[in-house]
Design a protein around this ligand. Structure first.
Ligand code: ADP
Ligand code: MG
Length: 590
């Protein structure tokens, strides 16, 4: 049994499961204790010479009934207790998942995905076990052992007291063993987390590993990580084995002693040396109880181990659930409608672990304008495009949408109203249609087609045998970079948000397709704000206005004509591009 702020409520929520389960478990415990007594009774009447066929038959029927009752009882308690534990595991998993969704990038910088996965597998499994088998063992260790002890006392006090010695030893050692296992298990989970991280990264970078023929080197590095996990696993197993052996040793030793002393008692009863009445049947009965009490004693040892492990796992899960959600709604007020005017006022932005990426940006984008962002690599284009989604808490300057500080717009409303196409297109391993309709899976095929036509990818999709039902990713087709980009554009377009941000989203498509998408943007998103980050001037030169970034600073902001006069970076880019075009043209003819 473990307690903690995230799990205490489950005791109440699944009270019924555990209550019914424990009742039936206790029922099985009680009736199973009748077996040694019935067998002893048969022996007794045999020894007295009063045994009849009828007596034997009746008692055998008792035993069959007890066995049957135990079978049914066991089925019921297993179902209730173990399913209660599975429910708890599943509830906790859901809670962890929604927490993980809320955590900001800052958290994921410090906690790698592979490691987080181990919370969902190993740690949750330990919690499940501690609630399921943990409860069973707890009931058995206490209830069954007390019942059995009472029965044993009834048979013979001295023998029982002798048998209590190992139990006492075990209880006292429990405290020290607990601490030790907690320590070993924590090391083991940490090692597992590192290995999980490593494996995950290897899968992600498999193509790079192959391309650079680094398989052997990577395998060597993995060997080290794996060895560490193995060693920690072995220490845990070794310690548990030692514990089990110790307990077995105590128990086996006790059986020998009990048999020896019991034998002596029978002998003394026979010779009449002492005033003792202890028969062969008594020894049978006592031995039957002793066999019954072995399991609760082993269970006690296992509870200690399981509890320590569960406490460690719970600590790790609690740390996840406690992690600071740094980006969340503060004092907010819902905007009745977002029109799409955006204003940056002395806005600066610094990544938590990096240099300042944007310095003192002030500019206004009117609702319905189409604005481009250009600048060298690393000048802050992606940063400027993504800060609209409020991925962090801004405290250096402000961003306003329709005149309201975005820090005071509910996150949900804000993100619902900004359709964002990230620089790195990511598609989910599902159908193309589901990827396009990611925002709302109820959208119709026609709407998906319209969005795909907007992104000029419809003709590619219908070329696939299964069209829009084609699976993407690991188990499906491998799409080209340009196809992925365009599906990502369709996915954002379908939101029909008043603000759309495309971060270098046409970099992998040819010039003709790019022109088609830009003309679609002009037509289909008329009156809606659209921001286009580009690495080519040709992508943005016909837009209403263009933002030129230089090293995180706003160098200039205006129309193509204005910038040709006023922005050295921009006019330089235009010059370089026409030079490139000329060279390419020359190549063609040459
Ligand atoms: P661009 O899109 O113009 O190439 P970015 O906005 O991606 O430029 O990057 C601007 C600066 O911010 C760069 O110096 C880059 O190293 C840094 N940067 C970008 N993303 C992160 C991040 N997630 N964490 C820390 N620094 C970042
Ligand atoms: Mg970028």
């Amino acid at each position: 049994m473990i307690f903690g702020k995230y799990i205490n409520r489950f005791y109440k929520k699944y009270f019924f499961h555990f209550f019914i389960g424990i009742i039936f478990l206790a029922f099985v415990n009680v009736i199973q204790l009748f077996v040694p007594e019935v067998i002893a009774n048969i022996t007794r009447s045999y020894d007295d010479g009063t045994l009849t066929t009828q007596y034997l038959t009746t008692n055998c029927i008792y035993i069959v009934l007890i066995a049957f009752g135990m079978l049914i009882g066991r089925f019921i308690w297993r179902t209730f207790i173990l399913s209660g534990a599975i429910n708890i595991q599943s509830d906790l998993r859901l809670e962890m998942f929604s927490k993980n969704e809320k955590l900001s990038q800052n958290y994921y910088k410090n906690n790698k995905v592979g490691g987080i996965m181990s919370y969902y597998t190993n740690d949750l499994d330990t919690i499940n076990q501690s609630f399921g088998w943990g409860t069973v063992m707890l009931v058995d260790a206490f209830f069954l052992s007390i019942l059995t002890l009472i029965k044993m006392f009834q048979v013979n006090v001295i023998l029982t007291l002798i048998c209590l010695i190992p139990l006492a030893v075990l209880c006292i050692s429990a405290y020290f063993i607990d601490k030790k296992i907690e320590e070993i298990f924590l090391q083991r989970q940490n090692a597992f987390e590192r290995m999980s991280d490593y494996t995950q990264e290897m899968f992600t970078g498999l193509r790079v590993i192959k391309a650079f023929v680094r398989e052997i080197a990577e395998a060597k590095a993995f060997k080290k990580v794996n060895l560490n996990t193995k060693n920690k696993d072995i220490s845990l197993v070794r310690f548990s084995a030692m514990l089990d052996t110790l307990i077995s040793l105590l128990i086996q030793g006790m059986i020998v002693i009990a048999l020896f002393i019991g034998g002596l008692f029978i002998y003394y009863t026979f010779t009449g040396t002492w005033n003792i009445k202890f028969s062969r049947a008594d020894l049978f009965e006592f031995n039957g109880y002793f066999n019954t009490i072995i399991w609760p004693m082993i269970a006690l040892g296992q509870i200690i181990a399981l509890r320590s492990r569960a406490k460690t796992s719970l600590k790790r899960i609690t740390a996840l659930l406690d992690a600071d959600e740094d980006v969340k709604d503060g004092e907010v007020s819902f905007l009745p409608e977002i029109k799409g005017q955006i204003e940056f006022r002395h806005f600066s932005y610094k990544y938590s672990d990096g240099e300042e990426a944007l310095h003192d940006i002030s500019l206004t984008i009117e609702a319905g304008e189409r604005v481009g962002i250009v600048g060298k690599i690393g000048s802050g284009k992606s940063t400027l495009a993504s800060v609209l989604l409020r991925l962090d808490n801004y405290n250096r300057g402000e961003i306003f949408i329709d005149g309201q500080d975005i820090m005071t717009i509910p996150l949900r409303q804000l993100r619902d109203n900004v359709a964002y196409v990230p620089q790195e297109s990511f598609l989910f391993s599902t159908t193309i249609k589901d990827n396009i309709c990611f925002n709302n899976t109820d959208l119709s095929d026609e709407e998906a087609i319209e969005a795909a036509e907007f992104a000029d990818v419809h003709s590619n999709i219908v070329d696939f045998v299964e069209g829009y039902r084609t699976l993407v990713g690991e188990r499906g087709v491998t799409l080209s970079g340009g196809q992925k980009q365009r599906i990502a554009i369709a996915r954002a377009y379908i939101k029909k948000s008043p603000i759309m941000v495309l971060d270098d989203s046409v970099s992998a498509v040819d010039v003709k397709t790019e022109e088609k998408i830009l003309s679609n943007l002009r037509e289909k998103r008329k009156g809606m704000t659209t921001i286009v980050v580009a690495s080519r001037v040709s992508t943005v030169e016909h837009l209403d206005k263009i933002i030129v970034l230089n090293n995180g600073c706003l160098e200039s902001y205006g129309t193509h004509e204005y910038l040709m006069q006023n922005s050295p970076t921009y006019s330089n880019m235009v010059r370089l591009q026409s030079l490139e075009n000329e060279l390419e043209g020359g190549d063609y003819h040459g």
